[in-house]
Design a protein around this ligand. Structure first.
Ligand code: HEC
Ligand code: HEC
Ligand code: HEC
Ligand code: HEC
Ligand code: HEC
Ligand code: HEC
Ligand code: HEC
Length: 408
């Protein structure tokens, strides 16, 4: 463990004690949630070490995708989920990353349609131009279909328009996709991976003027404070004026980008929230708890990795691209972490195996406190946590010393 990481330990221990005190509230929340949670996940037919000629790992690009619940007034983020899969042929003496010659299909049992669960398609036209058919998202993909090679050793489908409402009408921010690898109809590998999505963006905690919606409340505040006329321009796409890398929109270069505007302006307003983690006022959330990973379990929270509201709102940051890195805190002799200038989600280690294939998505670094995010590792190697069982990929067992580097 690095000196920097060790130096954090006393602070992290104090944080853990504070968390224990808040636990009672958390237990009540969990119990309320349990009453409406969907049935526990069913593992796929045996996909464990050696059971199929290939092995597939599924992972989401983000730990959580937020979307607005209602698009009639404001549009911060549309339904847009991106799922990756890495396929490894383990039938030969040496594992081989598979980049062509198979089909990789995804489907999300229990969450197969969206157009009846959100009004996104109704308000698509004024904001994004000619609409796609119902249940088809911004990049032309639906709730099931094929994943395509990325050119970076894995496969992906972008912009799945999934909502957190399952087909039975229950709230589930952690639905499971089934990913199947086939060649000429024969199933070569299968797995399940979480497609996280939540509408728990709690602007109403503070934007709650009686008689009007939270969105109208904040639009009126915007108009009053900044001389705009957003109330008459609904539905308002914030990124029309405030640059947003999440949507790839440049905004007006004279204005602060959306992340900086939001975090800096709200930094002094965060007192008096009914829960401990202030970031959960706008990020999902006190109920969803999108940070569900091994760090959460060890008492490490948003600000330990991201810094506070002012730090996130720093106008010199490039939002969505300048993010924390595993290598900022973790040091271990002989280990390499992210590639320089590359996000965790795009980085690879151990001969081009993606970090997320072995460790899980950001904010869901395994072992997680959620059962569904542990399912893949559990099924493949019999225990949750990082994929540390060589025979998941190496047919004949470890061929030599394990290395945690890109090119060795
Ligand atoms: C912890 C309280 C709190 C939360 C949560 C909150 N706001 Fe605010 N927000 C405020 C306050 C206070 C103001 C100032 C209101 C005024 O001047 O009338 C404000 C103002 C705004 C404004 C006006 C522009 C400005 O100068 O800041 C916008 C836009 C805004 N909020 C958007 C949002 C959105 C979007 C969310 C949810 C993602 C949100 N707020 C969540 C407290 C909050
Ligand atoms: C028509 C252009 C336009 C749109 C659309 C727009 N804004 Fe703004 N916004 C502005 C302008 C202009 C300012 C004032 C900037 C300044 O003073 O530097 C501003 C300021 C803000 C601020 C305060 C920044 C600060 O540092 O005080 C926040 C927060 C904000 N906008 C959030 C939003 C959100 C959230 C949306 C979508 C609901 C949105 N804006 C849509 C033009 C726009
Ligand atoms: C008042 C609402 C609000 C609060 C509170 C808030 N955020 Fe955000 N945050 C947003 C919104 C809105 C976006 C989406 C901006 C966009 O689409 O570009 C965002 C995006 C982000 C991003 C991705 C974009 C980037 O800048 O890299 C990070 C990281 C982030 N928030 C971290 C945090 C952390 C950490 C906290 C707590 C210290 C926090 N946020 C609290 C509203 C908020
Ligand atoms: C252990 C460190 C860690 C903690 C704790 C953490 N994050 Fe992150 N966060 C990251 C990393 C790393 C990334 C960038 C992922 C990548 O490079 O692909 C990220 C990215 C993000 C993004 C951008 C979208 C994305 O997923 O890439 C948002 C928004 C965000 N974090 C919000 C939060 C919030 C809110 C919390 C607390 C609830 C939190 N984070 C806790 C490490 C952390
Ligand atoms: C802000 C510093 C920080 C960042 C950034 C960070 N970690 Fe950690 N991580 C820690 C700390 C502290 C622990 C707990 C160590 C302990 O309990 O001994 C930890 C624990 C872990 C563990 C559990 C290790 C064990 O001994 O069981 C794993 C796995 C892990 N981190 C992976 C990651 C990955 C992957 C990333 C990047 C996506 C990351 N970390 C980013 C600080 C960080
Ligand atoms: C082939 C699977 C695999 C790949 C790919 C992989 N890791 Fe790991 N990682 C491991 C194993 C196994 C460990 C050791 C766990 C232990 O200590 O028992 C580990 C440990 C770690 C740790 C904790 C180190 C510590 O402080 O002890 C971090 C952080 C980490 N990996 C990040 C990454 C990043 C970033 C990438 C991509 C650049 C990556 N890993 C790629 C399997 C993998
Ligand atoms: C997620 C899949 C995966 C896991 C798990 C994994 N490896 Fe590998 N490993 C690979 C791939 C892919 C290669 C590249 C094979 C090639 O093209 O030469 C490789 C190559 C190697 C090599 C280089 C020799 C060779 O066969 O090319 C060694 C040594 C190795 N791995 C050791 C290990 C050990 C030890 C473990 C268990 C701790 C492990 N690996 C776990 C995927 C994996």
């Amino acid at each position: 463990m690095s000196a920097r990481l060790r130096a954090r330990k006393p602070a992290l221990a104090a944080m853990r004690r504070r968390r224990a005190a808040a636990c009672l509230l958390a237990t009540t929340l969990v119990m309320t949630l349990a009453a409406s949670s969907p049935a526990p996940p069913v593992p796929p037919p045996d996909a464990g070490a050696g059971a199929t000629p290939m092995v597939v790992f599924g992972y989401n690009d983000l730990g959580m995708h937020c979307m607005n619940e209602d698009f009639s007034e404001i549009m911060i983020l549309p339904p847009f989920n991106t799922l990756h899969a890495q396929v490894i042929d383990r039938s030969e003496r040496e594992p081989k990353i598979v980049k062509s010659g198979v089909t990789v299909e995804y489907r999300i049992p229990g969450n197969t349609h969206s157009a009846d669960k959100t009004n996104f398609w109704k308000y698509w036209q004024p904001v994004f131009g000619p609409p796609k058919p119902p249940n088809v998202g911004l990049t032309g993909n639906g709730l099931s279909g094929q994943m395509l090679p990325t050119g970076d050793n894995d496969w992906q489908v972008t912009g799945i328009p999934i909502t957190p409402t399952d087909d039975a009408g229950r709230d589930n921010p952690y639905p499971l996709a089934v990913i199947t690898v086939k060649r000429r109809g024969e199933v070569l590998a299968t797995t399940q991976a979480v497609v996280p999505v939540s509408t728990e963006i709690n602007c109403h905690l503070c934007h709650n003027t009686p008689g009007i919606s939270p969105a109208l409340d904040l639009l009126r505040a915007h108009d009053r404070r900044h001389g705009t006329n957003l109330e008459d321009e609904q539905p308002v796409l914030c990124a029309k004026c405030h640059a947003d890398n999440a949507l790839g929109l440049p905004g007006d270069p004279q204005l602060p980008n959306l992340s900086s505007a939001m975090h800096l302006a709200h930094a002094p307003r965060m007192g008096g929230l009914p829960f401990e983690e202030a970031c959960y006022a706008c990020h999902p959330g006190a109920r969803t708890k999108c940070q569900r990973d091994v760090h959460f379990d060890r008492g490490i929270g948003c600000t330990d990795c991201h810094g506070d509201m002012e730090a996130v709102g720093d106008p010199n940051r490039n939002p969505w691209l300048d993010e924390p890195r595993c290598g900022d805190c973790h040091r271990r002799p002989g280990f390499e972490f992210e590639q320089p200038g590359t996000l965790y989600r795009n980085s690879v280690g151990h001969k081009k195996v993606h970090c997320a294939a072995c460790h899980g998505s950001p904010h869901a670094i395994t072992p997680t406190v959620t059962e569904v995010d542990n399912l893949q590792a559990q099924t493949l190697q019999g225990h949750p946590g990082v994929i540390d069982t060589c025979t998941v990929c190496h047919r004949d067992g470890p061929p030599g010393q394990f290395f945690h580097k890109v090119n060795d």
